[in-house]
Design a protein around this ligand. Structure first.
Ligand code: URA
Length: 216
């Protein structure tokens, strides 16, 4: 694993909420609340790569020049359905200029390979250099779905340095798989767990994130 491109974000708020979301006795509502608090921290970290421009502001006291996010970029949040949706409300609160482009994949239970069922990503990217992509999925397990999602954007000419994978719990196997295909991609996560069981679930993980978040 190339630790340089994995940003493990930790602070007491994240640790406390990881305990809540992982605990099997936590209700679905409380899983959602805890998960959203973590997504907020991770999204602020991800936003550190956004390009800035000068902006003149008039406060009630004085006019001065400061920095703000370049409005000329195309910021895309791509949640991998279902569980990746938990990032979207927070993401558009924090970054209202972002557009949400859903990616629907589920895991074939036997092969663990992703099966596409929905794709809201346009065929072509205009000005790929100006596109910034945050692919969200709380669980980076085998890495199969994430890999498909990265490929979708990278094949449109979007620089890999502009694509970030934001997860909450990652397995070393998944991280290695992504890095083998895209050594320079940045993965932002709140935890790196021990590994995967024979069904592709993260140990200790949180179980099925989609089921736990959506009470299914
Ligand atoms: N997806 C989940 O929801 N949980 C896992 O542990 C692995 C993949």
């Amino acid at each position: 694993m190339n630790k340089n491109n994995v940003r493990l974000i930790s602070n007491p708020v994240i640790l406390q909420n990881l305990c809540t979301m992982r605990d099997k006795s936590t209700s679905s509502q409380d899983v959602r609340i805890a998960t959203r608090k973590i997504t907020r921290c991770l999204l602020y970290e991800a936003a550190k790569n956004l390009p800035l421009v000068d902006k003149e502001i008039a406060t009630p006291i004085a006019t001065f020049t400061t920095k703000t996010i370049d409005s000329d970029i195309n910021l895309i949040i791509s949640p991998i359905l279902r569980a990746g949706l938990i990032f979207t409300d927070e993401a558009i609160d924090i970054l209202p200029q972002a557009c949400i482009r859903h990616i629907g994949m589920y895991r074939d239970e036997k092969t663990l390979k992703p099966i596409w069922y929905y794709n809201k990503v346009p065929m072509e990217a205009k000005n790929p250099e100006k596109c910034y992509i945050y692919i969200t999925d709380p669980m980076l397990a085998t890495g199969n779905s994430l890999l498909e999602a990265i490929k979708l954007y990278a094949d449109k000419g979007i620089p890999v340095k502009n694509i970030k994978c934001i997860c909450i719990i990652a397995a070393p196997e998944g991280i290695e798989r992504i890095q083998k295909a895209y050594p320079d991609i940045e993965i932002i996560t709140a935890a790196i767990d021990d590994g995967l069981n024979d069904k592709g679930y993260i140990i200790p993980g949180m179980g099925d994130a989609g089921d736990r978040i959506f009470n299914t």
